[in-house]
Structures are given as structure tokens and as C-alpha cells.
Write a protein that binds this ligand. Structure first.
Ligand SMILES: [Zn+2]
Length: 183
């Protein structure tokens, strides 16, 4: 069997295998990764001076899909790839302290947020007696949502560089990016 660092091994059941939890498997995979690792001698500033904001979706392998190498970019991910205050926080630090200039926004087909509505907040409130302070940021039209995200970045006063902000939809079936017009 070829040497691999993969933590994904065939399993009969989810969760524990031979008493190992998924986290145990990740830590074991890291042992193999570290054994082959050599210090690339980089500093923290991304080589390509780009920050990518994307959905956390498991089918979106950002580095592979965009030809990115270690050290090339900042990746900022959350449910939907939504430009929240916390994403702005990361982008502000990325641009002002770590020298990035370009922003790439990536949403995708079949996003879980399309199946949700803001009613999710009410459901949570009913269940736990507390309404979340955050918006669900659900959407119906992915292109429109990408446009809104681009606008949030472009109009943000904390960001130094808002001239190169582009938005895309990643197709999880074909692996292809489709650019969304800002207009
Ligand atoms: Zn998604």
C-alpha cells in the first residue's frame, strides 16, 4: 500500500474504529505529515498577496481547485462564505498587517444555506430559550449572494484594497468556477 497522510480510511461505521475517534485519526495523520515535513522557511505574508473567502463546504478543496501552494494565500471560511463582521476582521488584518491586496469570494452550487431561512433563529430560540445575535445569512439566489458579498467588501472602510475583488460560484459537480458580474 502506498504511503499516505490521509486520515480517511474505509470504515464500516462512522466515528470510532478500533477505539480511535476521528480526532485520533487526524493526529495520527499529522504524525506522518510531520515526519515528511521540512521547514519551508516562509514568513506569514501570503506569497500571492490574496485572501480567499469561501464556504466551509467539504467538497470545496480550495488549494487544489485554485492551484494554490503552501504559503500562497489566506483562506477565510465559514458557512456560506458570507462576509460577516468576523470575515471583515480577518480581511482587515490580512490587508493591513500581512500585505494582501486581492480578495476572491467563492460560493458554490448546492450550498446548505439555500435550504435554510432566517426561521432557523426562531427554531433555536424555541429550543434553547435564547435567540442568536447572528443572522443565518441564508439565500435563494447564489449569484445575488456573491454580488452582495462583493459589495460588502468593496464598501468596507477598514480595508485598504478594494479595487481587485472578484466573486465566483464553484460547481461541486464539475469542479469549475464561474465568475459573477459585480453589476
Ligand atoms: Zn456552502
Amino acid at each position: 500500500m502506498p504511503m499516505t497522510t490521509s486520515a480517511s480510511v474505509p470504515t464500516e461505521s462512522e466515528g470510532a474504529i478500533n477505539g480511535d475517534t476521528v480526532t485520533d485519526r487526524l493526529v495520527e495523520a499529522n504524525g506522518r505529515y510531520a515526519a515528511a515535513f521540512t521547514d519551508p522557511g516562509m514568513d506569514a505574508r501570503p506569497v500571492l498577496r490574496v485572501a480567499v473567502v469561501a464556504c466551509m463546504d467539504a467538497r470545496l478543496d480550495l488549494h487544489a481547485a485554485l492551484g494554490l501552494e503552501l504559503g500562497d494565500c489566506h483562506t477565510i471560511r465559514n458557512a456560506g462564505g458570507v462576509v460577516t463582521d468576523d470575515v471583515i476582521r480577518s480581511l482587515t488584518i490580512s490587508q493591513r498587517k500581512l500585505g494582501t491586496r486581492s480578495v476572491v469570494l467563492i460560493h458554490h452550487t448546492g450550498c446548505g444555506l439555500e435550504a435554510l431561512t432566517e426561521d432557523f433563529r426562531t427554531e433555536l430560540e424555541t429550543e434553547v430559550g435564547q435567540r442568536p445575535a447572528w443572522a443565518v445569512e441564508s439565500f435563494r439566489d447564489v449569484d445575488q449572494d456573491v454580488r452582495q458579498s462583493m459589495r460588502r467588501v468593496r464598501t468596507n472602510p477598514f480595508l485598504l484594497h478594494t479595487d481587485d475583488v472578484r466573486g465566483f460560484v464553484f460547481d461541486v459537480k464539475t469542479g469549475r468556477l464561474r465568475e459573477v458580474d459585480a453589476a
